[in-house]
Design a binder for this molecule. Structure first.
Ligand code: BGC
Length: 559
């Protein structure tokens, strides 16, 4: 009988398809590229891979602007390639998650095109959120709401005869119109999409901005000048985020998941505070939700312990298992974050191309390796982002002309400047997320370090050569071998979803025991720490005379 609980403590690897591996030499990663690396994925003892969007898209937001939810971008392959990839992964016991982007489609989606060509009040327009503008001639947006990638969350349309028309809502880029989730046709269409991929053998779904689908559009008079969904009221009555009625959608999705054997699973990207986040992870909804608490936390023993304890308790209370994440395609890589002085403003640091504060790469990587090992020892599900297993840093100094992220291209202010010449200039206020999306280095040589027979859609820095898969493979203590070994051990030892904290004499040292005598001990910033008696299974860095130095994590088997 298929194991319906396989996901509870799974190791899931996030693939950003356009930057993973290119099989056809056009500089863009593709589906066949993934298939060609099944053996590599297998070497990481993974339970599943999650593919960021690979659907047809004009890439206004890295593929999170979907033209067609039930197809593969022709630049990345075909549905047949996709089926072959699933087959190849399943053959070696790796399951597949796809990314579902339900809050918005792209502006090239047939429905949005139909809506633009249809009159106000039409059925076609009701699938999205169209409103008349304010002002004498509707020239002002319906509300002052801002969007993530542009000053306003509203863009005005043109009527077919060229005159200015209604406005439509987009919480992200103007190329990403928000769906109207009160519309039954929208609801049913997503059920069809879930079935479409499930029928093709897809095992699970990552649900993009799950907390934003329902909005209270009767509140246009309420001002919204911040989209920080962590700061909203925590009772499900906010205008845009985490509304109580969003859960009816996911309860309906669960019914579709349960049509399959084993039931399909899902993980919510619900960027809200811990207790509310868990509502998405209820067994009758998505089952799991990303926990970004450690990803946004400082490197701090006390904080880590608090977050771990709280999340394990919360997950249990909702019948889910906790998830652990340090990196993804939206965040500065953790090897970089941990190498910057505490309190560094990452946004400013990125905007300075890394010049404003000195990065200590050695320290960053040492801490990143230790923290990853700690996470891998925790009960629950771990999500690993491609390249993390190579110890990649953020590429903070990508040439500006190469940047693709709407955070960079769209967040621009006109400011007066003194250099290079005095006057007004367009100043970018966000650098964006391209620095963690640079194509992977597979080999030491070649124009794209083995990523492609051709180039690479984002330029790779020279230092990628030292981090290539071929350079680290088989090399004792390389970050890749550390991940391989730790993930294999994790699989071997874990069983229950509990841990027991073991008291330490130094608060900078965290120590917990799992089942089967498996202990994890991490020294954050303390003095060299004496280890309990046991066999060292793996350590993130060298021990000092058998003791645990700071910024190091060790797993011990105690009999
Ligand atoms: C995805 C981002 C994307 C946004 C809009 C997010 O949460 O992870 O990459 O820009 O949703 O779809």
């Amino acid at each position: 009988m298929p194991d319906k609980d396989w996901w509870r403590q799974a190791a899931i690897y996030q693939i950003y398809p356009r930057s993973f591996k290119d099989a056809n030499g056009d500089g863009l990663g593709d589906i066949n590229g993934i298939t060609s690396k099944v053996e590599y994925l297998q070497s990481l003892s993974l339970d599943a891979v999650w593919l960021s969007p690979f659907y047809p898209s004009a890439l206004a937001d890295g593929g999170y602007d979907v033209d067609d939810y039930r197809n593969v971008d022709p630049n990345l392959g075909t549905l047949e390639d996709f089926d072959n990839m699933v087959k190849a992964l399943h053959k070696v016991g790796i399951r597949v998650f796809v990314d579902i982007v339900p809050n918005h489609s792209s502006n090239r989606h047939v429905w949005f095109q139909e809506a633009l060509a249809s009159p106000p009040g039409s059925k076609a327009r009701d699938r999205y959120i169209f409103r008349d503008g304010k002002g004498k001639n509707g020239e002002l947006p319906p509300s002052d709401w801002i969007s993530h990638f542009a000053p306003s969350a509203w863009t005005r349309t043109k009527n077919p005869d060229g005159t200015p028309g209604q406005w439509y809502l987009h919480l992200f880029a103007p190329e990403q119109p928000d769906f109207n989730w009160d519309n039954r046709e929208v609801q049913l269409d997503f059920l069809e999409t879930l079935r479409f991929w499930s029928d093709r053998g897809v095992d699970g779904f990552r649900v993009d901005v799950a907390h934003a689908l329902k909005k209270d559009m009767t509140r246009l008079n309420r001002s919204i000048k911040s989209l920080d969904s962590f700061k909203i009221v925590q009772d499900g009555t906010d205008t845009l985020f985490d509304r109580n009625d969003v859960h009816t959608i996911f309860r309906e999705w669960r019914k579709v998941f349960d049509e399959y054997d084993p039931p399909r699973v899902a993980v919510a990207e619900a960027y809200v505070r811990a207790p509310r986040r868990m509502l998405y992870a209820k067994p009758d909804e998505l089952g799991q939700a990303f926990n970004f608490d450690l990803l946004i936390a400082d490197y701090d023993a006390k904080l880590f312990k608090k977050i771990i304890t709280a999340n394990l308790k919360l997950a249990k209370s909702e019948g889910s298992s906790s998830t652990w994440v340090l990196d993804n395609h939206d965040q500065v890589r953790h090897a970089t974050k941990y190498g910057l002085p505490k309190g560094t403003n990452l946004k400013e640091w990125l905007l300075s191309d890394g010049a404003s504060v000195k990065l200590d790469r050695k320290l960053g990587l040492q801490r990143a390796r230790a923290a990853s090992m700690l996470l891998m020892a925790l009960p629950g599900c771990i999500y690993i982002y491609q390249g993390e297993e190579l110890g990649l840093f953020e590429v903070e100094d990508l040439p500006h002309s190469a940047l693709q992220d709407p955070h960079w291209t769209r967040n621009v202010e006109i400011k007066s400047v003194k250099t290079p010449v005095k006057g007004l200039a367009f100043i970018h206020t966000e650098k964006g997320r391209d620095g963690c999306r640079v194509p992977l280095p597979w080999g030491k040589n070649g124009q794209s370090f083995g990523f492609s027979a051709g180039g690479s859609h984002l330029p790779q820095p020279k230092w990628f050569a030292d981090f290539a898969v071929s350079v680290q493979s088989g090399v004792k203590n390389s970050t890749l071998e550390l991940y391989r070994k730790a993930l294999a051990l994790r699989k071997k030892y874990q069983s229950t979803e509990d841990l027991t904290w073991v008291k330490t004499v130094d608060p900078e040292v965290l120590h917990f025991a799992r089942e089967n005598g498996w202990h994890c001990i991490m020294n954050f910033s303390g003095k060299v720490y004496k280890l309990p008696v046991g066999k060292v299974l793996i350590a993130s860095g060298p021990l000092k005379d058998g003791k645990l130095p700071k910024d190091t994590c060790v797993w011990i088997k105690v009999d």
